[in-house]
Design a binder for this molecule. Structure first.
Ligand SMILES: C[S@@+](CC[C@H](N)C(=O)[O-])C[C@H]1O[C@@H](n2cnc3c(N)ncnc32)[C@H](O)[C@@H]1O
Length: 299
């Protein structure tokens, strides 16, 4: 939803922009064009150190600075760059195509031999395989249910723990896919937006959310972002599943510091979905930092 983001953020002629999820830099490259010629700042953040290693090798615009770290740390990056307020911020949540293609990360079912890692930052916290090895059956089932909305979470957790007892713990992508195939019937229950989904999709989503504390990072950022944005500044958030979208929707709606600009989420065009089927579930919401959130109605 590159063009939609560019339109919403471009309307306010921003001078300082944060791309909190830099990834492959596709959005950032277009966002740079919104800055006044030769001026302004684009701050990029990404938890994945591979992103900044790649940026260092590239020749890029001097107005762009990319930091390794969670978008929660935007104010630290602002201090380093020397800006007090930003005009626009983008969060394009989820994982990048580079991460999906990387055989060492465990994000894709097409690499069954990959270690079950699922961390955005390979230096932080336990891998998904370690998480499954260290938690109780009930905790595993609860997490898969809560963060994957997977109806067969109890069966999956039971099978994960049974494998541990047999001293064949879930260690690779293929191991977890096999567990999910055994536990999740391919049926009408496993459809999303009219499409059949892989029996392991919801479980992988849940574990990715857990090992990266994805919802925690998003919630804390939605709470802090109004302090980073100048009055009238905008935050655009693209989410890929209902748990993320609900957090964004509720934060925008319930916090008086936000003025919601998109009453309904913006969806990708049919053309974009045809070109990139992964965009099918994307939802874009945009809000503006209220100029004076505590001013009552005039008169
Ligand atoms: C969908 S991709 C972004 C793609 C990017 N907009 C582009 O045009 O290439 C999401 C990125 O967000 C990063 N990410 C996930 N959680 C993050 C967090 N809390 N802070 C910073 N980056 C995060 C991932 O590592 C991934 O590179």
């Amino acid at each position: 939803m590159l063009e939609e983001v560019v339109q919403w953020l471009g309307e306010i002629s921003p001078r300082t922009i944060v791309d909190g999820t830099y990834g492959g830099g596709g959005h950032a490259l277009r966002l740079l064009e919104l800055l006044p010629s030769g001026q302004g700042h684009l701050i990029g953040l990404d938890r994945d150190p591979a992103v900044s290693r790649r940026v260092e090798r590239e020749d890029h615009d001097s107005r762009l600075q990319v930091f390794v770290g969670s978008y929660e740390l935007t104010s630290k990056a602002m201090d380093v760059v020397g800006v007090e307020r930003i005009d626009a911020m983008l969060l394009d949540l989820g994982l990048s195509s580079d991460q999906l293609a990387d055989q060492d990360r465990g994000f894709s079912f097409t690499h069954p031999e990959s270690p079950l890692d699922l961390r955005f930052d390979p230096d932080a916290g336990p891998t998904a395989a370690e998480w499954l090895a260290w938690h109780r059956e009930s905790e595993i089932a609860d997490a898969i249910f809560k963060f994957g909305e997977e109806r067969f979470s109890r069966r999956i957790a039971r099978e994960v723990v049974a494998r541990r007892r047999r001293e064949q713990p879930v260690a690779t992508v293929g191991d977890l896919v096999e567990v999910c195939r055994r536990c999740v019937p391919r049926s009408r229950g496993h459809r999303s937006r009219g499409h059949d989904i892989h029996p392991a999709t919801r479980t992988f989503q849940a574990l990715r959310i857990v090992v990266n504390d994805e919802l925690g990072a998003l919630e804390r950022t939605l709470e802090k972002a109004p302090d980073w944005l100048a009055p009238g500044g905008r935050l655009a958030a693209i989410s890929f599943h209902s748990l993320e979208d609900r957090l964004v929707k509720n934060a925008f709606r319930n916090d008086p510091r936000w003025e919601v600009l998109t009453r309904k989420p913006v969806r990708p065009s049919e053309q974009e979905v045809r070109r990139n089927p992964r965009s099918r579930s994307a939802k874009l919401r945009v809000a503006q930092r209220a100029v004076d959130p505590f001013a009552g109605p005039s008169g």
